[in-house]
Write a protein that binds this ligand. Structure first.
Ligand SMILES: Cc1ncc(COP(=O)(O)O)c(C=O)c1O
Length: 359
């Protein structure tokens, strides 16, 4: 068996030890004579797996009891609607920061439910920057401030947390678990699982408990965080296998030393890759230095006529999914937790060889 290096933006690479455990336990989970996938979500086994996953996640992120941890479905995109439905209450609207394609989607969905005040946008720099905090036009009556700490497509990341005086809501889909964060600075954190958490099909929401119980009466029960919390994320049948895999990913992270240890490796990987891009006239990354994503590294070739060849030859070399997002073109290497330093080294070597042959 040959496993390639996978730079997909999501669903993304999963840690090999996690896949091995899942393989070994697939047909007969812990001697029970059936797969975990085949068990009732109300069984003590599955409830135990869910509780364990939650506890490990709480330890990894240092989440206090002031916060509910919810395992939901529908992806981060469903939370674009769930956020206003749960939080607007009697407020007319909310503040949003626009730093790229995912911010835009959150804004478009938010507009269905209330007034959206776009407090700042970096569209004028083609989303290669983060608008300076002192330029933001905040509304003191906003129900919340929403932002996207890491724009998966543009490769732009906040390395600071905006303070607003209203609950801060963060779409952390492509940054959560890549490094430590201070959960107490946020009202709500949400993320689709398919980057650093586990497989697609699971959505994580971490919400401060005082923000529960404000949902619009028309909010579907499936989107109501209070309902999810009251039912321990089992109001309906949860994605049990995805939850089990996420729990294995959390165990893997903890065994490696948690998020402090992960950050050291992730920073080293990113520094190497940006270093290789900046050290060449053949490759370029458009993002301002202070906001370059640790997880998603878009880059272009000096001549885009070579894109096809680059993708074909990188794939032949076992380096998969380097095609940039269709909205921006070029390349993108997503270097999430499960993408090893060896994978990044192999990519850099390939890039240098490709430049020598074609530069
Ligand atoms: C930052 C960000 N937000 C939202 C989404 C949408 O997530 P989902 O596909 O889980 O709805 C993505 C997906 O890549 C993302 O990267």
């Amino acid at each position: 068996m040959t496993r390639c290096y996978n730079f997909c933006a999501g669903p993304a690479a999963l840690p090999e030890p996690v896949l091995e455990t899942a393989r070994d336990e697939l047909l007969d989970w812990h001697g029970r004579g059936l797969s975990l996938m085949e068990m009732s979500h109300r069984s003590p086994e599955v409830v135990g797996v869910a509780e364990r996953a939650e506890h490990t996640l709480r330890r990894l992120l240092n989440v206090s009891d002031d916060y509910a941890v919810l395992f939901l479905q529908g992806g981060a995109s469903t939370q674009f609607a769930a956020v206003p439905l749960n939080l607007l209450g009697d407020r007319a609207g909310a503040d949003y920061v626009n730093t790229g394609q995912w911010s835009k989607k959150a804004i478009a969905e938010g507009k269905r439910y209330g007034q959206v005040n776009v407090v700042a946008t970096s569209e004028d720099t083609n989303f290669s920057t983060i608008p300076p905090r002192d330029s933001w036009q905040l509304d003191a009556d906003a129900a919340y401030l929403h932002y996207t700490p890491n724009e998966t497509i543009g490769g732009v990341e906040f390395f600071w947390t905006p303070q607003a005086g209203v609950p801060l809501v963060a779409d952390m889909s492509s940054t959560l678990l890549s490094r430590p964060i201070e959960v107490s600075e946020f009202g709500v954190i949400y993320a689709g699982a398919q980057k650093n958490i586990g497989p697609a099909g699971l959505t994580l929401v971490i919400v401060r408990r005082d923000l529960l119980g404000r949902a619009d009466p028309r909010c579907p029960a499936m989107l109501n965080w209070q309902v999810a919390d009251d039912n321990d994320s089992m109001y309906n049948t949860p994605p049990t296998f995805a939850l089990y895999l996420a729990g294995l990913v959390f165990d893997w992270l903890e065994a490696l030393g948690g998020l402090d240890a992960m950050e050291v490796v992730n920073r080293r990987k990113a520094e190497k890759l940006y270093g290789a891009i900046d050290g060449s006239d053949f490759y370029a990354n458009p993002v301002e230095l202070a906001s370059r994503s640790l997880m998603n590294v878009p880059f272009t070739l000096a001549d885009d006529a070579l894109d096809k060849l680059f993708l074909q030859q990188s794939e032949e070399a076992g380096l998969l999914n380097l095609k940039g997002h269709r909205s921006v073109g070029g390349m993108r290497a997503s270097i999430y937790n499960a993408v090893s330093e060896a994978a990044v080294d192999a990519l850099i070597t390939f890039m240098q060889d490709f430049e020598q042959r074609n530069g």
